[in-house]
Design a protein around this ligand. Structure first.
Ligand SMILES: [Zn+2]
Ligand SMILES: [Zn+2]
Length: 739
């Protein structure tokens, strides 16, 4: 539309502002104003949360642009690794194929095709809302330049010794031979048995002849071969005196401790459960909390490993289950068996039963990075608003574990790691400066790979010309890609050109939802500090979460979501913006009330009608001179002018303090009541007497009101402005001076 064609969304094309004097960084906020749009997923569709976020950003951008600042609101898209790959795989599934049939390269081509076709839909939806983003600076997390920055960051951290190999329990499909993210797991109810198995307590006094047991209930007896502990809930009175005692794990004759962990459900079975760190996701977390060892007894083909013991080695898990039960029966250690129904996890693609197993992953150490992130907020360099969200931020960082940054999918930034195909050669990795060995960190979440020094790899953006290990192989790149959040953590600087970095980094305010304070905000802060040595933004504004009227989360699948696009079609974008901001009174949740959107439409109509009245009755066109000579003769005239000034000042203050709802309520009251109900009514008599001052005041107040309203309801105010601006002028309200 008119706005986009004008190019004024791009700060480079805005009317001249003084160049930033060198070395006067303090002046930056006075001249520049930057916001980065949290990049929506290319698979996304505009929801009310986006709409609120974008409206707040747009108010700030339009307000600051009118105040003569060089503004940039930088838009972009996130490649959304898992979500996008899923969408395309589902397409393939309907065609009867899989990504493995296509192969990696062809599959990625296919995803790019999908992106071309559908990836920008969401931006079109943002545009409908009237956002004044600088589209000339649109970025995508898989752009060449952006990808380079991501790989550089990986190498930067690697050189510092913060990236290491470790193992983590993941969902594994033995048929597809791939790991699956939580999003890719399907659940099905299954009838099975619950076995109650007696684990003998270790006898403290060897002369005592009394054998005592603790009974654990399990649906997977075969995994007991990998048990590392028995766990009970710390509040469970029945086991209070057994905590920290030891049991002898039957069949393996291993001494394992009885531990207390809040993750244990007292009502399940006997309230005591076995802990198998390597083959259960919950158990893995318990094991991390208690530093238990991981015994891998099941392999990638769902067969038992040698660690399971020679009796069971090589058996399929079902065969092993029968064998284990047989042996336990012989020893008289099965107390009872019950029927049981529970949910099992299946591969979303082939519906095979998933097997949680240990798998090598890449981790980023948090020790140093978290210190940087904590310091940035503690020192108030970065201000989180409202302040109470700092608590969430600090508590997450204080307990943060090392970050697992690798994912076994194809769509994303492939790790710049190259393996020797032969894995031979006598030189250890640390001979190469780029792939030096890394001591293990204290907070690491996983069992370090003991033989990692034997794993031959080189970290490099380009393929090494010659394998430094065996000297003959063509090195192959890691199949893993980086966690999507690893790339979005670089958003504040990887999006900016060198010149823009100078002017627009750090940005002024990051506007975001509270559910990604940890996933995204904290990571952007330590990435900015760790990589650029400077905070990425001055303020973080956490906006309200939009709920249903009953106070529940909106959910598309439950049909409780409200579609902002429908609201725009029915009531107009201004009305939606009005409705959202009207309800933003500083509360942390908004129970969304559609009547506010209808009120928004009514208000837009009111603006139209009042404007029509003023235009028809004053016959004035905007002209800088006619505002200077206003000399109100009536008390009504004096009053409206002072109310206008008061409102404008208050609105400025509210916007600066992010009190958007309060600002809108003030403008609304002023325009509807003070101006329309009172002054316009009174003016009618004066107009009949052709009082020139009244015409001027009407016109002036209208113009000023349009300006104040513009950040909130840009469409209607711009349309009216186009009718009252000086003849022949190309000017737009968008860039009219606020003062
Ligand atoms: Zn599968
Ligand atoms: Zn090699």
């Amino acid at each position: 539309k008119l706005w986009e064609k004008s190019g004024f969304f791009n700060s480079d094309k805005l009317p001249k502002t003084p160049a930033l004097p060198a070395g006067r960084q303090r002046l930056k906020p006075k001249i520049y104003f930057t916001i980065l749009l949290p990049p929506p997923n290319i698979t996304g569709s505009l929801h009310l949360g986006h709409a609120l976020n974008a409206t707040i950003s747009d108010i700030l951008i339009r307000f600051n642009r009118m105040r003569g600042k060089k503004t940039i609101w930088l838009p972009g898209l996130d490649h959304a690794g898992i979500a996008t790959q899923n969408v395309v795989e589902k397409e393939l599934d309907r065609e009867g194929g899989t990504r493995f049939d296509l192969g990696r390269e062809k599959f990625i081509e296919r995803v790019w095709q999908w992106k071309k076709q559908y990836g920008s839909i969401i931006l079109g939806q943002f545009k409908k809302l009237g956002v004044s983003c600088d589209w000339s600076r649109l970025r995508f997390t898989l752009d060449k330049k952006y990808s380079d920055a991501v790989l550089k960051a990986f190498i930067h951290y690697y050189k510092k010794g913060w990236i290491y190999r470790g193992e983590r329990v993941i969902n594994w499909c033995p048929r597809c031979q791939t790991s699956l993210s939580d999003l890719e797991v399907e659940y099905k109810e299954e009838k099975t048995k619950l076995w109650y198995i007696k684990y003998p307590l270790k006898v403290q006094d060897s002369r005592s002849m009394i054998q005592d047991y603790i009974v654990v209930a399990t649906t997977r007896p075969e995994t007991m071969l990998g048990d590392a502990a028995v766990a009970v809930n710390p509040k469970d009175e029945r086991y209070k005196n057994l905590i920290d005692k030891e049991v002898i794990l039957p069949l393996q004759n291993r001494e394992i401790p009885i531990i207390a962990d809040k993750a244990v459900d007292e009502k399940f079975g006997t309230g005591a459960v076995k802990v198998t760190p390597a083959h259960d996701l919950t158990d893995a977390e318990i094991a991390e909390r208690h530093s238990l060892p991981f015994y891998q007894v099941i392999d990638k083909d769902a067969k038992m490993t040698s660690e399971a013991g020679y009796l069971y080695f090589g058996l399929k898990t079902e065969e092993c289950r029968s064998k284990v039960l047989e042996e336990l029966e012989k020893l008289g250690l099965i107390e009872k068996v019950e029927d049981y129904t529970h949910n099992i996890s299946l591969c979303y693609r082939c519906r095979s039963k998933l097997e949680p197993i240990l798998s090598p992953q890449w981790f980023l150490k948090m020790d140093e990075l978290k210190k940087l992130a904590i310091k940035a907020v503690k020192s108030s360099k970065v201000k989180i608003i409202p302040k109470n969200f700092e608590k969430i931020y600090f508590s997450w960082l204080n307990n943060v574990k090392d970050w697992c940054i690798s994912r076994q999918i194809w769509w994303g930034h492939r790790l710049p790691v190259w393996f020797c195909q032969n894995q031979t050669g006598r030189i250890p990795n640390f001979q190469f400066p780029i792939s030096k060995q890394i001591p293990n960190s204290k907070s690491q979440t996983s069992k370090p790979i003991e033989n990692s020094s034997a794993e031959k790899f080189v970290v490099s953006i380009v393929q090494p010309r010659r394998c430094p290990f065996c000297k003959e192989c063509k090195m192959i790149q890691s199949e893993d890609v980086l966690d999507t959040w690893f790339s979005s953590a670089l958003w504040p600087f990887a999006t900016l050109s060198k010149k823009d970095l100078k002017n627009f980094y750090p940005s002024d305010v990051l506007i975001t939802a509270r559910d990604i304070i940890n996933l995204w905000v904290a990571r952007m802060i330590f990435s900015g500090m760790g990589f650029r040595g400077e905070i990425p933004f001055l303020k973080v504004l956490i906006h309200a979460t939009i709920l249903t009227q009953e106070g529940k989360r909106m959910s598309k699948s439950k049909g409780t979501g409200v579609d902002p696009l429908e609201l725009i079609d029915n009531f107009g974008a201004d009305a939606l913006r009005f409705g959202l901001i009207w309800q933003s009174m500083g509360n942390q949740d908004i129970r969304f009330d559609g009547t506010a959107v209808m009120a928004g439409r009514k208000f837009a109509n009111k603006i139209w009608n009042a404007s029509r009245f003023v235009i028809n009755n004053t016959n004035l066109r905007m002209n800088t001179n006619n505002t200077n000579k206003i000399k109100p003769k009536t008390s009504a005239g004096k009053k409206i002018l002072s109310q206008l000034q008061k409102t404008k000042k208050a609105v400025e203050k509210d916007i600066e303090n992010f009190h958007f709802g309060q600002a809108l309520h003030k403008i609304y009251d002023f325009f509807w009541h003070d101006f329309c109900d009172v002054y316009i009514e009174k003016s009618k008599k004066q107009l009949q007497a052709s009082n020139p001052q009244t015409s001027k005041i009407l016109f002036y107040v209208l113009l000023e009101s349009l300006k104040i309203l513009h950040p909130f309801t840009p469409f209607v105010t711009e349309a009216i402005y186009q009718k009252v601006k000086p003849k022949g002028s190309k000017k737009m309200l968008l860039i009219v001076k606020w003062q």
